[in-house]
Design a protein around this ligand. Sequence first.
Ligand SMILES: C=C(O[C@@H]1C=C(C(=O)O)C=C[C@H]1O)C(=O)O
Ligand SMILES: [Mg+2]
Length: 464
Amino acid sequence: MRILHQSQGFTTFEQAYEMAEKSNQPVLYSKTMEVESIDPLQFYEAGYSIFNGSRSFWQDPKSELVFAGAGSAKTFYIKEEERFDSLSVQWKSYLKNAVIEKGKAWTGPVILGGFSFDPKKKKSVEWSAFEQGYFQLPAFMLTVDQYGKTFLTMNVECKKGDHAVQVWNQMQKQKTALLNKSVSSLKDVNVLAIKEFDPEEWKSSLTSVVGQISRGEVEKVVLARKVKVTFDDQKRSDSVLEKLRDDQSESFIFSFESGDSCFIGATPERLIKKHQQQVLSTCLAGSIARGKTVEEDQQFGNELLNDEKNLGEHEIVVRMISKSLEDLCSELTVPDQPVLMKMRDIQHLYTPVEGMTARSSILEFVKELHPTPALGGTPTSEAMQIIREEEEMDRGFYAAPVGWLNAEGDGEFAVAIRSGLLSGKHAYLYAGCGVVKDSDAEGEYQETLIKLRPMVRAVGGTIS
Ligand SMILES: C=C(O[C@@H]1C=C(C(=O)O)C=C[C@H]1O)C(=O)O
Ligand SMILES: [Mg+2]
């Protein structure tokens, strides 16, 4: 990897081509520059006409960092079950042949995407575009950082035989279009139907899992279900992102397009953030509705903070995450008590965990942590086997790690809950709940309804 610290423009681009010619291997040319401030969602929408099907979006809570990607210079389709190691190896090896110009910007080349929840589960058709892992190195990526500075990164794979001047000119043209295009308003798309798949059967399998728990076979299992939404026309990810950004600014907002499909959502749950030696993870489990008045909301919150069933659900997650991170970190801070995290429709028990590490890649943490008992269960392998058997559906990327990673191995991954898959005139939305010994089927079913609400609303529907 060569990192150039001055803006040398076309000359370095030509050098990347010379390297490609000589080595007979593709060479990544990546250039980051500061640009005038532009709304990242406008950039994403401007990418629709040329890059529909290969756009990406990421916004962290309180939008301290936003990425919008248009087009893909390189797509990593991960097919192996060992998906975290596989991406790590491929990304490192890809960066060996790279010319990176980034001046003072810290971003440079970044890949965005996600992994499957369970590679052992049989894949359903709707998830076929995503494999076991799907990451894009955007051809054009806009970054808005915590200071409100805006950067554009252009990535292009230089290949032997390509015409450098033509590629350069096309890049400049596309860049101008993305940064200047005014966006036309999106067409209204209506929800025709929302279908639940046999809730009674789901409740009865939940009851049978409670039985397994009370017999001591497992301690906790997270069971999920999906609903299918039908629209009168193709639902665009742009409009869903817009709604999520209005309603769920406390959450991670993401979208990853793969051809006609798009995995999209707004999740409150951080899996891991790594910035140099600092790491941060989140234990999030235990839920209650928001109150209708301030008093009722506080009362619900207090109830949750003192509820044995929910505290139990939460404690299992804290135990596992602390233990996993202990092996990877030198110092670990774990508060004794959870606090409340409140979103528009729901409140959760929340414990942040912080540590210091000497490890170089965030993917080592993802591999160690996934699946946490917030989405899988405990003991992990028994819980995963029960999920495989009891859940009819393929979770795909739901409840799995999604996020981004840079050339230094730093980045951030969230757990993709409160999410769905857009696919033409349909959307599949997912929600689950932690089943423990005191769970009752109707209560857990109601909890999944609350958890579905943000995504149902974002696609333009309503659910009870
Ligand atoms: C599984 C989901 O959420 C998880 C389950 C929770 C619970 O059961 O209390 C709370 C937060 C998440 O860890 C989901 O939203 O789909
Ligand atoms: Mg719960």
